[in-house]
Design a protein around this ligand. Structure first.
Ligand code: SF4
Length: 342
């Protein structure tokens, strides 16, 4: 079991104190004896200690910046949603293959945005613009939003906002299991709650400071019983000796926990392991002793947009993984939808 995330230091934008949530966090951190500093902008935070890159990264992951989201425009989030909903950024965990290590680059510290009412107002404007079409928002494009939820309640408020929308829908994904506070939110089936899961030994080896497979599966069971539409991202899927057995156990564990009622509206997204040159160099920089399979020679190169090609498994392994995973999902959850395998 991992402990609740408690920041080692909090850094506030002065303006964040003008919002009730900013004030509340300030008072709470003072009571918790968490050192507090101020910054001019959540985008320009300096002074996080660390003698080398690895140490600085670890310290940043324990630093929480409380700011306001100034830009009114939301980024797009194709193909999974129409827009990213900016609530939080980064996450305290240390998964070796975290996509944020590449996208957040030198700013891996956590951020929460306290002007939630402005953010939801903007979401409402986007929903009106696209009416009568449904508009989807993704809440985990640049973060895992669960670890800071117990401090901010941002997800709870967002879930209830979308619960009251006839044309707005929300989705997010987490590798975490502290979901209890969200079980009573009035969601009206408008939020798809997704868990990112993997074979137990993969989580243990590579997803540092995250809940185990069993803990995530139990959390998913609770969320299912709270009536949320549920989804699973199984990623990254690895090909190694006995991989079939490990992924079979994962699906079996889900089968044990999920009530029948949750299985009619259940989605799976299946993603095989891949890496870019840039991701590999980041991983080797932060985790020099990594045992991740990162040999370009053992992979097939897939050209990507803007020159960012990826190293994916070869055709034979890919086909084997695709067939096995789809068949297994179908066996355990015949009414579920496999959104894609890549
Ligand atoms: S839990 Fe998700 S966001 Fe956090 S480090 Fe792991 S992959 Fe990255």
């Amino acid at each position: 079991m991992i402990n609740q995330f408690v920041p080692k230091r909090a850094i506030f934008e002065q303006q964040a104190l003008e919002y009730p949530l900013g004030q509340e966090l300030y008072e709470r951190f003072k009571e918790m004896n968490i050192p507090i500093q101020f910054t001019g902008s959540h985008n320009r935070v300096t002074g996080i200690p660390g003698k080398n890159h690895q140490e600085a990264f670890g310290e940043a992951k324990r630093t929480l910046v409380v700011g306001i989201r100034k830009s009114k425009d939301f980024s797009g989030c194709k193909p999974s949603a129409h827009y990213q909903l900016p609530l939080t950024t980064s996450c305290p965990s240390m998964c070796e293959y975290c996509y944020l290590a590449t996208t957040l680059g030198k700013k891996p510290y956590l951020r929460v945005y306290v002007n939630i009412d402005d953010i939801l107002k903007q979401a409402d404007r986007y929903i009106q613009e696209r009416a009568p079409e449904i508009t989807w928002f993704e809440g985990a494009a640049t973060s895992d939003p669960i670890p800071t939820e117990y401090l901010t309640g941002l997800l709870y408020k967002t879930i209830e906002f979308f619960g009251a929308q006839s044309l707005g829908r929300f989705r997010f994904v987490t590798k975490h299991d502290k979901v209890d506070s969200l079980l009573t939110a009035v969601h009206n089936g408008h939020t798809r709650f997704r868990f990112s899961v993997n074979a137990a030994n993969i989580i243990e080896k590579y997803e540092h400071a995250t809940p185990s497979m069993a803990e995530r599966v139990i959390a998913a069971g609770k969320v299912a019983r709270a009536g949320y539409p549920l989804g699973f991202i199984i990623a990254p899927i690895f090909y190694y000796d006995n991989w079939e057995q490990d992924y079979h156990s994962l699906l079996g564990a889900l089968d044990d926990q999920l009530p029948q009622a949750a299985r009619d509206d259940l989605t799976f997204e299946l993603i095989s392991h891949r890496f870019t040159k840039r991701a590999k160099s980041n991983i080797l920089d932060l985790f020099p002793a990594t045992t991740l399979p990162l040999e370009e020679g053992e992979r097939k190169y897939k050209y990507g947009q803007f020159g960012y090609g990826k190293y994916i498994y070869g055709d034979q392994e890919m086909n084997q993984m695709k067939n096995y995973m789809k068949t297994e999902v179908d066996k355990f959850f015949p009414r579920a939808k496999v959104e894609y395998f890549v």
